[in-house]
Design a protein around this ligand. Structure first.
Ligand SMILES: [Zn+2]
Length: 225
């Protein structure tokens, strides 16, 4: 093994590659490239397949914190305030996400109630709390290992939050019911849509590359977020 090899450098066909932290591999086509140095709001794409490699958001931590707090504030009204109120033959019914879960449970559809509760309430809440904890841990070296664990957990949970599917279900029922009964859209629906938009914006703002960089900075090295 050469001296470069001992120092952590990869040797291919006798030619040493630059240190690994100066290289980046495309997630889509595995092309290995030099790590691009980006300015504020710049992004780099793979020259072979066009996949977005890295993007540098300015004030990423502050902007993400604002969005995660907005989404958390909207979480309670989105789930516990009326989404639609229904007037059918003089009978009034008010529906919230939570009353939907309880209703399914009492209709002996416990499995469905559990899945709806998981995907529309529990997982989105845990995801937001993970993101909040990750953002709060960034400036503190002693908390960053916990931040790394929580960010890994967040990445596993991403597939389980299905707010978009839930919203689509609500819209389909609104269209179907509108011919049969008098419908009033509730403030819960506005909060639900607001929470979803805040989460989508958060996904765009919280650039994974910058998050991992901030979480792996050495002590006294924190200056970028
Ligand atoms: Zn590529």
């Amino acid at each position: 093994m050469s001296e470069e090899g001992l120092a952590g450098r990869v040797v291919v066909d006798g030619q040493p590659l630059p240190p690994l932290d100066q290289l980046i591999a495309c997630h889509e086509c595995d092309l290995l490239m030099h790590h691009p140095h980006l300015g504020e709001e710049e992004k780099a794409s793979c020259p072979r397949c066009g996949y977005e490699l890295v993007v540098h958001r300015s004030h990423m931590r502050r902007r993400s914190l604002a969005l995660v707090l907005t989404a958390l504030l909207l979480f309670i009204p989105a789930n516990f305030l009326p989404i639609i109120s229904l007037n059918l033959l003089g009978q009034n019914a008010v529906d919230t996400v939570w009353s939907g879960v309880i209703g399914l449970y009492h209709l002996d559809m416990k499995g469905v109630a559990f899945v709806v509760f998981m995907c529309s309430m529990l997982v989105p809440l845990v995801k937001l709390l993970c993101q909040l904890a990750v953002l709060l841990s960034m400036p503190y070296a002693s908390l960053r290992p916990l931040g790394v664990q929580l960010y890994r957990a967040y990445n596993h949970l991403r597939e389980w939050g299905m707010l978009e599917v839930y919203l689509f279900g609500i819209l389909v029922s609104i269209v179907k019911l509108s011919g049969m009964a008098e419908l009033h859209l509730g403030v819960g629906l506005a909060c639900f849509v607001g929470m979803m938009l805040a989460q989508i914006w958060l996904e765009v703002t919280m650039s994974p590359h910058q998050v991992w960089d901030a979480l792996s900075e050495e002590e006294g090295d924190h200056a970028r977020t």
